[in-house]
Design a protein around this ligand. Sequence first.
Ligand SMILES: [Zn+2]
Length: 517
Amino acid sequence: MNGNLLLCRSRKRLAPLALSVTLTAALFTLVSNPAGAADLLIEQVTIVSPQHPGAQPKQNVLIRDGRIVAVSARKLTAGRDAIYIDGRGRFLTPGIMDAHVHFNDAPGLPMVENDATLKSLREAYARQQPRSYLYHGVTQVLEMGFMPELLAAFEAQPQHPDVLRCGGTVVLGGYPTVLMPAEFRIRAVPNYIYEPANAAKHPLPAGADPAQHTPEAVIDRLAADGARCVKIAIEDGFGADSNWPMMSQETLKRVRAATRKRGLPLLAHANAIDTQRIAVAAEVDVLVHGIWNWNEHSADEGVPPAIAEHLRAIHAKKIGYQPTLRVVAALSDLFREDTLKDPAYAKVVPAPLLQWYATPPGQWFKEEMRKSVGGVPDMKAMHTFLKIGSQGMRAAKYLHDLGHPMLLGSDTPSAPTFGGQPGYDTYREMRMLAQSGIPLPAIFRAATINNARQFGLDKDYGTVETGKVANLLLLTANPLETVRAWTSIDRIILRGDVIKRESLAAARADSGTTATR
Ligand SMILES: [Zn+2]
């Protein structure tokens, strides 16, 4: 059924002749599986799973109908026509959950319609995007619920991670729609909230019913649409722009009450000390960004008292925290000479898109970001962003040291930067957490059980245990020993289907195509 299964070593066993007919029949009843696909039995594998403090060698894992049905150090028996994987020398982990992604446009493309070149690049990206997540071992994504029209395109791809989604809402005229051309704003966030306090500048669009755009009506609609959480933005602007419309305190209170009533976790975009304080005071459930804009508290090293106090408040209120270190790093990467030459890019970025990034039109956002930091040369611009990013890294480490569990979210793509790419950024987020001084076991938990628990998914995901969805990874190195283990993925197991990693890589450019760089 699945072509990838053919890549897997299959072996037939001879029936033991000594068994009596009755015993054989009983055994067959126990293990046969006439309705579903063939069993998958992974033998003699080392399990690395967050419920165990260390690696568990020589385990056998039986998978049937997309779920784990047995885990044992004793020999397990699979059904007829089972697929066997020799797990010796391999580490079996839960698949990674990236709890902050957007099925936006391709990273780095301007929001312009009716352009044939951009259209074909978008289509190439849409085909590769889910595969790029899987290529990097991401078997579950939590999508933030903006641009709902792009969800179906992601799920229509034959191979894609399990999709869990939030519902996004925003006050009319607020971030992120403030950055979009007018014709995209309502499409991007149809479930916007009408904020009467902002009405003079941001009136209700003609024909819209204000009763449909109250906090309560919007949250009810998102819940009915199947959202597992609600994401809002507490953002008044970046740099010189700091007068974007925000939710009033009253609206924020109503959003909090409506999400509680519906049992939906409330997620907040906020990454500066002033806006994160608003989010913490409002008792949101998860901050979907770390704090890197320290404003008047900015410092080249350490964590100043005001930031430390804020981080202690996050810990005391048990608010979930996604450091999203890649957001600022993906901006600094615009100015790195080697970004587009990184061999990992060719694995996740379709060749025509990679070539387009290097052309002058592909550099538009880089030039926009350069202007935002005073029009400085590449190296200076890169260092400006690296410095902001290092504040985010220090904050994450400080919070970890308080004993706060981290959540993994890459926020791909966080901006129209070619510096952020699906899957690869999930890996690079883990690598940056490690570079921040956060120990590998804590990063492993962030990517697996912490994310599953935070979003109420731990019945299905987060560990290698009987009953869970068989979204698993076979690695050739132990992720508790090196973060690079996440680049040594041998197979991805998606609901029991075995996928060889290289089959997910973006197609290479035709040999006849001339690269533009
Ligand atoms: Zn985001």
